[in-house]
Design a protein around this ligand. Structure first.
Ligand SMILES: [Ca+2]
Length: 211
C-alpha cells in the first residue's frame, strides 16, 4: 500500500514537472510577439525620428525659394508701345478684374505683324510681341519681347484663393515658356512667376495652331 502511494506521488511529481515545462514553453512563445512588437515600435519610432530629421531640410528648401526676390511689373502712365499698338495687330483682348478693386482691366495681346489689304497677317520669321494690361490710365507691360519663329498666347484663371492670374504661353522655334502674372496689392504691381522654360536646339513639331 505504501509502495503504491509512493508511486502515485512520483507520478504526480513527474506530471506536474512536465506540465510546468509546457507552461514555460508557452510563456516563451507568448513572449516572442512582445519582443517583435517592441522591435516594430522601435522601427516606427526610428522612422518617425527620420521623418522629423528630414523636415528641416524640406523647410530650408522652401525658405530658399521664398528668399528669391520677386520680379514685379509696375504700372506706367504713358503708352510706350505705339509701334506695336498702332502699326501692329491686336490679336486678342479679354477683360477681368485682376487687382480685386471692382473694376475690370483689359488684357491685350499685340504682335508687330501688320495685316495686308485682305486682312491676312503678314508673318515674318521674327516679330515683337506685347501682352499689355490696361488699367484706367495705367499700363502694365507683362511681356514685351521679340520672338523668333514663334507665337505668344495667354490664358486667364482664378486660382484656389479666387485671385485672377494671367498665364502666358510662348511657343517658339527653339523654346517654350509658361509664365504666370498675378497682382500683388502690397507691391503695387504684377508678380512674374516663371513656371516652365524649355531651352532646346530645335523644335521639331507643335500642334498649337497659329493665329
Ligand atoms: Ca481691377
Amino acid at each position: 500500500m505504501k509502495y503504491r502511494f509512493f508511486m502515485l506521488i512520483i507520478m504526480l511529481l513527474v506530471f506536474f514537472s512536465l506540465a510546468g515545462c509546457d507552461k514555460q514553453d508557452n510563456s516563451r512563445e507568448s513572449m516572442n510577439p512582445i519582443i517583435e512588437n517592441s522591435i516594430d515600435e522601435e522601427n516606427i519610432n526610428k522612422d518617425l525620428e527620420d521623418e522629423n530629421k528630414s523636415e528641416p531640410i524640406e523647410s530650408d528648401f522652401i525658405t530658399q525659394n521664398d528668399d528669391e526676390p520677386a520680379i514685379v511689373i509696375n504700372g506706367v502712365k504713358t503708352n510706350e508701345w505705339l509701334y506695336i499698338t498702332e502699326d501692329g495687330t491686336k490679336l486678342r483682348e479679354y477683360s477681368i478684374d485682376l487687382d480685386s478693386d471692382g473694376e475690370e482691366e483689359k488684357i491685350q495681346l499685340y504682335t508687330s505683324t501688320a495685316k495686308d489689304e485682305s486682312g491676312e497677317l503678314l508673318w515674318d520669321d521674327n516679330q515683337n510681341w506685347l501682352l499689355l494690361i490696361e488699367d484706367g490710365n495705367e499700363y502694365y507691360p507683362l511681356f514685351e519681347s521679340p520672338v523668333q519663329l514663334g507665337m505668344v498666347y495667354f490664358n486667364v484663371f482664378y486660382d484656389s484663393n479666387e485671385l485672377a492670374k494671367v498665364s502666358l504661353i510662348l511657343s517658339a522655334g527653339a523654346s517654350m515658356k509658361i509664365t504666370n502674372y498675378y497682382y500683388d496689392e502690397e507691391l503695387g504691381g504684377y508678380i512674374v512667376d516663371n513656371i516652365y522654360e524649355e531651352d532646346s536646339i530645335n523644335a521639331m513639331y507643335s500642334s498649337i495652331p497659329y493665329y
